[in-house]
Design a protein around this ligand. Structure first.
Ligand code: SF4
Length: 328
């Protein structure tokens, strides 16, 4: 995950819950990829360190357990950069140019495609190769990803295959995706929830912030007055959220909405309360962690050391397979 800001509910349901489940089943490595953040945020590089700690706190507070999984920071493992460099030598340039996620980024960088490509740095072009290095350094066989990351994983598989076939070995496993079941969680404006869209509810938000944000969310646009019946099927944000946070009362909500027994303001305030109750233990743990930065640092440094040992061995194996000199 790129350290570009605090995490929101979309991350929680879209990735983190799955990770917590993953760590009980597999030897898991979770990385805060600060070099990946630099590919598009190099001008805001000074913000990255603070975000590293925010993300680490978010992860641990939702249940990613440093006793079970390895939490580390990408830039603490220089072997990843070296592996990235080696893999970049054997990756055809047209593989990166045709990568669909990169094309999406180009669209995001500027109003038109030409300008977007002009903003693509050498590092951003190498984004998928760096991601392949991240996975292959741990000889990862399974990666918990959202559907939108599928092409990156396909890319990592291609790179693994190319390395194995070039050097006549069966060294890198071809990483497979384990797709996250992502419930549809819209931002308060009814669009996809995103850090940069200003429509998200963050894990670290206060209760008051959460209530205020939900209070601004888009409901049934056809309902102008409290006395008019609402339509849950037209309610853009609160009703879908009730499917997650208010499963036990959704029949009641539906009947109150459709009989105009409740107005949207009160209905959203109730939802905000439910979200706050759901995240109260997470927020409590998070607050305690942020009050103890030394503990957080120790957890991450311990993960860094463990991850580095594995990556160092992989790099040594790669150098040996390729017949390169391994300098001490
Ligand atoms: Fe949505 Fe609740 Fe308003 Fe109905 S009453 S439209 S469910 S916010």
């Amino acid at each position: 995950m790129r350290p570009t800001g605090r995490l929101h509910l979309g991350h929680y349901f879209g990735a983190l819950l799955n990770w917590v489940n993953f760590q009980d089943r597999y030897d898991s490595y979770f990385s805060i990829v600060d070099w990946h953040a630099l590919t598009t945020k190099y001008q805001a590089s000074r913000e990255i360190p603070a975000n590293i700690w925010e993300i680490a706190a978010d992860w641990i507070s939702v249940g990613v357990d440093p006793e079970k999984a390895t939490i580390y920071v990408q830039s603490a493992i220089p072997e990843l950069a070296e592996l990235h460099l080696i893999l970049s030598m054997l990756t055809p340039h047209n593989w990166v140019e045709r990568e669909p996620t990169l094309k999406d980024m180009v669209k995001m960088l500027a109003a038109n495609e030409k300008e977007g490509w002009e903003k693509v740095s050498y590092g951003l072009l190498g984004y998928p190769v760096l991601m392949a290095a991240d996975i292959l350094a741990f000889r990862g066989s399974l990666v918990p990803v959202g559907k939108d990351q599928e092409s990156h994983l396909e890319f990592a598989r291609d790179v693994a295959r190319r390395f194995n076939s070039t050097y006549g070995v069966d060294y890198f496993p071809e990483p497979k995706p384990e797709f996250t079941e992502t419930p549809l969680l819209k931002g308060v404006d009814g669009q996809k929830m995103g850090k940069s869209f200003g429509n998200d509810i963050k894990l670290a938000d206060t209760e008051a912030d959460t209530i205020a944000k939900i209070g601004q969310s888009i409901t049934d646009r056809t309902r102008a007055l409290k006395s008019q019946p609402g339509h849950t099927d037209l309610c853009e944000v609160p009703w879908p959220m009730y499917q997650i946070f208010g499963k036990e009362i959704k029949d009641q909500v539906k009947s109150e909405c459709e009989s105009a027994a409740i107005g949207c303001v009160a209905c959203k305030a109730r939802l905000g309360k439910l979200i706050n109750e759901f995240f109260a233990p997470v927020r409590h743990r998070r607050e305690k962690l942020m009050q103890n930065p030394e503990q957080l640092r120790q957890i991450v440094e311990c993960g860094n050391a463990k991850a580095r040992k594995v990556a160092r061995q992989t790099l040594a194996d790669v150098q040996e397979i390729m017949g390169m000199v391994s300098w001490s």
